[in-house]
Design a protein around this ligand. Structure first.
Ligand SMILES: [Zn+2]
Length: 143
């Protein structure tokens, strides 16, 4: 399980997982102590708080996979920075997206060769919850 998580980001650490119905929930956190402020580029190791965010990843063992991330919020101590805090961010998930990049890529690959209705049905069978409109949106954006 840890390997699967490290493929997303090598700084992630697997904590535990639980299975509820057709869904696997995987709890992770990043092991980085110091993070770079995205606004000014100064490193900070002063943690403000933590919050959880969850998003869908590639299915595993025929089950939907939800990653529950313990996300850090950090102080930026740079007096010249306009922001006093910032959230830890990751390359495998964009902004407030609810799906990982690798899942989105998979959806796009499948959807390129079918209609959005077919793709939605196919993906649902393969335990990715995605609607026709999301598929259209993803294809349009060409993410
Ligand atoms: Zn800053």
């Amino acid at each position: 399980m840890d390997d699967f998580i490290k493929l997303l980001d090598k700084n992630l650490e697997y904590e535990k997982h639980g299975i509820i119905g057709d869904t696997i929930y995987i709890y992770v956190h990043s092991t980085l102590e110091a993070l770079e402020c995205p606004y000014c580029g100064v490193m900070s190791s002063r943690c403000h708080s933590k919050y959880t965010r969850s998003f869908q990843d590639l299915p595993m063992q025929g089950k939907k996979t939800i990653i529950v991330l313990n996300n850090k919020k950090m102080f930026c101590d740079n007096p010249d920075c306009e922001h006093t805090t910032f959230a830890e961010s990751f390359s495998f998930i964009k902004g407030k997206f609810k799906k990982t990049e690798r899942l989105i890529n998979e959806i796009i690959q499948v959807s390129k060769n079918m209609s959005s209705v077919e793709a939605s049905n196919y993906l649902r069978k393969n335990v990715v919850r995605v609607g026709k409109s999301t598929i259209c949106e993803l294809l349009k954006k060409g993410v």
